[in-house]
Design a protein around this ligand. Structure first.
Ligand SMILES: Cc1cc2nc3c(=O)[nH]c(=O)nc-3n(C[C@H](O)[C@H](O)[C@H](O)COP(=O)(O)OP(=O)(O)OC[C@H]3O[C@@H](n4cnc5c(N)ncnc54)[C@H](O)[C@@H]3O)c2cc1C
Length: 521
């Protein structure tokens, strides 16, 4: 891809800053309309918020409670489209809302019927009332004391970082050039108008001046930094809100149904969702003020947040999870747009587009679920503003890389979709690649070879946090697998022993942050 950047002497139509859900979706939209598109990401694709979500493709039951009908309707439509366009990554997930009070059944039941109705023909299945026995059959570890029954409904569930990697491949297939480890370090202007960006290859140190007709700031919680780069007097627009998840063994919630706790002590909802044969429980909504780039890139869970999630989920399960049960903890920052609400939980999840005096177009807010719609809106805005050739958006029906209709979500390698045959072919050529990376991880060495050869995987962290999800599934096992992964990568990337040591040490340090108490030595 660097060669494509270096050989492209002409002006780009669109330069997108940021390789999360928003930027990657925008790259697909722009490239599939025939625009010359470049995307630059400072770290790895989805390193930021986009690998740290609850992994739900949803309308948002909570937003329905808040009365945000527009957001729920839009998100339900996007949920349906994404399930059609990436069926290898978006699963139909059943959720149970347990009822302990007499009014909860009718209250949540009617609300979820409205949710079904709003999804229309793109619905994933009707919700229904469950009696006590049916509820416990589907979720046998729910606390049975005082349980009256439940309501079952459907939503989508996905693998966020894998979708991001597949979005990057889709954009590239439509002619976009995408570069990770390429931070934008300055904005280029002529007569006070933006005409491109300055970027630095973080792996080689080489700098580039990139000319573009339009520049899009899709940097999530970093958006204010780019706005300040453009205009130092600029007031911030982002109110970052931290959310954490803890990952537990599947035995805490066996079976296929997820649980939605409808009302936490701080008046929100909390999920416990099966994911890659583990349980993800979360999340929190804590206003934060990260001071530097590092704390924006790698936020750390607070003690109170960990205790809150353990305590809240423990109230609903027969066995209370304790700190020693935690396999991994991950924290993410919501790029919420400032408003007048009293708490970040009440701030809008709608997206926000604005054009600065210099012409910089900023898109932020929104949700993973609505990334396609956000991309469509921002590319429409840019076409009009920068006078680019008009053409209609085609992403509503565009298949995402890896598209495969019938995948078995119970297999460890379902996420490869149509790439699975090629990954298996690697193992046929070299059976040693079929060996597991670690006895507690569902990944083979072939997944790493594939990631390096086909998915722009540059570091051990890329391999274990986002190409595979080892760091999120079991941080200790991921750290133990790091030396083997570094050795495979060093062979493919022609790296020496000092690179291997640096990678293993860096990743081990990172993995420590994903565990509540240091149990990695
Ligand atoms: C706890 C939590 C749970 C969530 N759960 C869900 C959910 O279940 N479902 C859902 O739909 N949504 C969910 N969301 C929301 C969703 O994750 C976000 O809306 C979405 O990921 C934001 O994507 P983004 O691309 O705007 O930002 P990001 O993913 O943060 O991407 C921005 C990128 O810009 C890059 N960047 C920054 N500065 C520069 C620079 N100078 N040069 C180059 N690149 C730069 C960053 O490195 C980063 O990768 C959740 C969010 C959180 C925090």
């Amino acid at each position: 891809m660097i060669a494509q950047l270096e050989s492209h002497s002409a002006e780009w139509d669109i330069c997108i800053i940021g390789g999360g859900a928003t930027g990657l979706g925008t790259a697909i939209d722009a490239a599939s309309r025939g625009l010359k598109t470049l995307l630059v990401e400072q770290h790895d694709f989805a390193k930021g918020t986009s690998s740290r979500s609850t992994k739900l493709v949803h309308g948002g039951v909570r937003y329905l409670q808040q009365g945000n009908i527009k957001l729920v309707t839009e998100a339900l439509k996007e949920r349906g489209l994404l399930r059609q366009n990436a069926p290898h990554l978006v699963k139909n997930q059943s959720f149970i809302v347990p009822n302990y009070k007499w009014w909860e059944g009718p209250f949540y039941g009617i609300g979820l019927k409205i949710y079904d109705w709003m999804a229309g023909s793109l619905g994933l299945g009707p919700s229904r009332f469950l009696n006590r026995e049916e509820t416990l059959e589907l979720a046998p570890t729910l606390d049975g004391e005082g349980l009256r029954g439940g309501v079952l409904y459907h939503d989508g569930q996905f693998d966020d970082a894998r979708l991001a990697i597949n979005l990057a491949a889709t954009a590239a297939a439509h002619g976009a050039v995408l570069l990770n480890y390429m931070p934008v370090t300055g904005l280029l202007k002529a007569n006070a108008k933006l005409c491109g960006v300055q970027a630095k290859d973080a792996l080689t140190g080489k700098t580039y001046e990139i000319k573009a007709k339009a520049v899009i700031n899709a940097t999530g919680v970093f958006a204010d930094r780019l706005l300040k780069m453009d205009d130092p007097a600029r007031e911030p627009i982002i109110a970052p809100s931290q959310g954490i998840h803890i990952v537990l063994d599947k035995s805490f919630l066996p079976g296929s149904a997820a649980v939605l706790v409808p009302h936490t002590d701080d008046g929100r909802v909390l999920f416990a969702v099966p994911w890659h044969n583990k349980i993800i429980a979360g999340t929190t909504d804590t206003p934060v003020e990260p001071k530097d780039n590092a704390s924006l890139l790698e936020p750390v869970a607070m003690e109170e947040e960990i205790e809150f999630v353990l305590h809240t989920i423990g109230k609903y399960l027969t066995k209370d999870p304790v700190r020693a049960d935690i396999k991994s903890i991950f924290a993410g920052l919501r790029p919420l747009v400032k408003g007048n609400a009293k708490s970040t939980a009440a701030l809008s999840r709608d997206h926000h587009i604005e054009i600065s005096d210099s012409g910089l177009v900023t898109i932020t807010g929104g949700k993973w679920t609505t990334y396609r719609r956000m991309a469509e809106d921002v590319v429409n805005t840019v076409i009009k503003h920068a006078g680019l050739p008009e053409s209609a958006c085609v992403t509503g029906q565009l298949k995402i890389h890896g598209w495969k209709e019938a995948v078995d979500f119970d297999t460890a390698t379902y996420y490869f979709g149509s790439d699975e045959a090629a990954v298996n072919a690697l193992i046929q050529q070299d059976p040693l690649l079929g060996r597991p990376l670690h006895p507690l991880l569902p990944y083979s060495a072939a997944a790493i070879v594939w990631a390096v050869q086909e998915e722009m995987c540059m570091t051990v962290e890329d391999a274990l946090a986002r190409r595979t999800r080892a760091l999120l599934l079991d941080a200790k096992a991921a750290a133990e697998a790091a030396p083997g992964v570094a050795a495979i990568m060093a062979g493919l990337l022609h790296k020496d022993e000092s690179w291997v040591n640096e990678q293993v040490n860096g990743f081990t340090q990172l993995a420590r942050q994903y565990l509540p108490d240091t149990i990695i030595h």
